[in-house]
Write a protein that binds this ligand. Structure first.
Ligand code: G
Ligand code: G
Ligand code: MN
Ligand code: NA
Length: 253
């Protein structure tokens, strides 16, 4: 269908944009991090959700084009924010297909060389399922990204293909607990047991923990009690276009 063809040209036609969702440092009450989320403003269909076009791009071989655009745009945005004194760490989502080739790390290293953006300002979010498609190659790519100084994060932890053996082999600094465990969190639930033990396990492994999908104050209070590091969700803010995100940051501080 035409959507597949349109997708290939979305980047060069300037139809892509990034939204930024703040990640709250729970202890400090401050925001120094955000997740970049892709949006496609299609000339006929309007805003197409990434839930629709990302799987399409993954199946039809155009995800690498989108990922390359996202990385370049995030680095450009970080540069702009740095120059105005807004120092953020921004995470972005990487697909299984991106982990198939060492070109990813080479391209990132070339992009960062000679830029006033530190590799440490970039975080790549990777699902365990993405790594499982070809674990040896994926781990090689993750290690080369780590060697560039980029931070790595495990996305959607606890869903899909999760294995603690796999987690132990991944050179990651952060773990994101999937929203499905956070949404109906209360002290008595099974989710509470899962979330608390995931937080403790992560800390024992030296990892920072992010809770995704935080929508209610009582959930944030529990996460604080359980020593979770970071919270992301509609309670703090929905994903926002860059300019709205900057305004939100000014009001928050
Ligand atoms: O932003 P939203 O909640 O609608 O995103 C839906 C899904 O699309 C999420 O699983 C998210 O991880 C994924 N997604 C959003 N932006 C990107 C991106 O730039 N690259 C990849 N691979 N996935 C993305
Ligand atoms: O798969 P990934 O974790 O990258 O997906 C993040 C997605 O979750 C984004 O599309 C974002 O819009 C969505 N999201 C972020 N916060 C919340 C929330 O509090 N509730 C719900 N339902 N979705 C959220
Ligand atoms: Mn993510
Ligand atoms: Na997630």
């Amino acid at each position: 269908i035409s959507l597949i063809r349109d997708l290939r040209h979305a980047a060069s036609n300037a139809e892509l944009l990034l939204y930024y969702q703040p990640k709250l440092d729970i202890r400090a009450g401050q925001v120094h991090e955000a997740e970049a989320l892709l949006r496609w403003n299609h000339p006929q269909y309007g805003m197409v959700s990434p839930g629709e076009f990302i799987p399409l791009a993954e199946r039809t071989g155009s995800i690498q084009i989108l990922t390359a655009w996202v990385i370049e745009e995030v680095v450009r945005q970080l540069h702009e924010w740095n120059s105005r004194g807004l120092h953020m760490q921004v995470s972005l989502n990487i697909s299984a297909e991106d982990l198939g080739s060492l070109q990813l790390a080479e391209r990132v290293a070339a992009l960062l060389a000679g830029q006033a953006v530190a590799a440490e300002q970039l975080v790549f979010e990777i699902t365990e399922s993405a790594v499982m498609q070809d674990p040896e190659r994926a781990l090689e790519v993750l290690h080369s990204l780590r060697n560039c100084g980029i931070h790595l994060s495990v996305d959607d932890f606890g869903t899909g293909y999760s294995s603690l053996a796999q987690l132990k082999r991944m050179p990651v600094q952060e773990l994101k607990i999937d929203q499905s465990f956070i949404r109906e969190l209360d002290e008595q639930s099974d989710d509470a047991v899962i979330v608390r033990s995931t937080i403790d396990m992560s800390h024992s492994l030296g990892l920072k923990v992010v809770a995704e999908g935080v929508e209610f104050q009582r959930n944030l209070d529990l996460l604080r009690l359980w020593n979770c590091d970071t919270a992301q969700g509609y309670l703090i803010s929905r994903p926002l276009p860059a300019q709205a995100f900057e305004q939100w940051m000014q009001q928050w501080q």
